[in-house]
Write a protein that binds this ligand. Sequence first.
Ligand code: SAH
Length: 467
Amino acid sequence: MKRFPAFIDLQDRWVVILGGGEAALKKAQLAISAGARVRVVWSVLSDALQAELSATAELIHRSPRESDFDGAILVFIAVCETEMPGQWAQIARQKGILVNVVDQPALCDFTTPSIIERGRLTIAISTDGAGPAYGRALRAKIESMLPSHIGALLDFAGRYRDAVKNKIAPQNRREFWESFFDGPIAAQVLAGDPKGAHEAMLALVNSDTKFADRGVVHIVGAGPGDPELLTLKAFRLIQSADVILYDRLVSDEVLALARRDAERLYVGKAKSDHAVPQDEIEAKMIAFGRAGKIVVRLKGGDPFIFGRGGEELETVRAAGLPVYVTPGITAATGCAAAAGLPLTHRDWAHAVTFVTGHAKGENELDVDWAALAALKNTLVVYMGVGKAEFIARRLISNGRAASTPVAVIENGTRETEIIVKGALEALPDLIKAGGVTGPALLVIGEVAALANGENLLTTVNQERRVA
Ligand code: SAH
């Protein structure tokens, strides 16, 4: 270790900064954010620095004197090389003060790390000046891993420290806190529900149960398939889950992000044979939740777009379990954008409609095709492949031009993606020619012509077409 990491309490301590430009301003702001009293001394103070700091720091507009350092705990020197930073550093050091010379690690007693801050959590990264760019990249990576409510979670835990101390024997405390941070109550705080978490925590510390006895259920959208299209929240929840109940449309790459010891249960449906009936799925969500698990109900796309997520939310809520919803990128917006197809466009479409092509039972689709045809905007049909001929016929007979562009996107955003384009009247042929059998969207409207891929009966995935 080249330098010793330590966190210094700057509350009401003096920090002196030499310099009057951008770098001096940045250091001053950093010190102020840590509660320090800041004195900035230099012969030239920029307008920006004066405007930013006039209310929060002592500004001394002249050349520094030795006495300016008096009482300081840290000194930052943010001046040009020609302005003798080394000499100033020497003077401060002789007074026993730790010195940082901006951009000159060799002259520094201490350096400032890349910082990640979330309430009481501070993470500092240093490459000892060797690779600050790497430090910044790493910081961004860590930032993306941290739940946004982690600060609130630490505050929450801090508030219960004494209660837990009184309630739980010393030899069990560590285990208690370890399971707390991985457990359902923490999940509630991270889901932005501190009230529910307080109720659960009070019940827990006042009960005789050793650890949490009630779980939490998350209904989570997994996006259209490409794991990079998960939200940060979905990513975190998948990694925190004890049990994942997933659908057919959730890709293997997404599932692979789960913990190795997480239980993965397939509850998806193939078109006609229902693998697990809806009420059984809901019963499982509730049963696992009651058993104290962190349950992630993982659904393709967005859980509330043609996904029965609304029903699941109602049922789990009615069972008295905490339940939260994490949105996902729905197939229409995800697959279309990734295929270069703008669902709305200034010149071509001022509205977009999402509609399902799946009928309940044998009945005709309960959709007003005349109204949809009249809109002359973009129409995205989910689950419409089986009814494509019917849909095309209805739209045309209700006034939509037979030549209206259509695009069929199968397995959008996945490696197996197929896009076929053509005219509305040729929709069934297009589907046949593309060999479309998997989950696919029908996009109908002028914008469909803008999708990647060649027109009519050409597919993006040539190998698949030949096969
Ligand atoms: N909740 C999901 C939709 C579930 S309905 C969402 O928001 O996306 C299932 C239908 O979604 C499929 O039949 C298909 O029409 C569409 N779909 C889902 N993922 C898709 C993908 N990667 N490519 C094309 N269509 C997809």
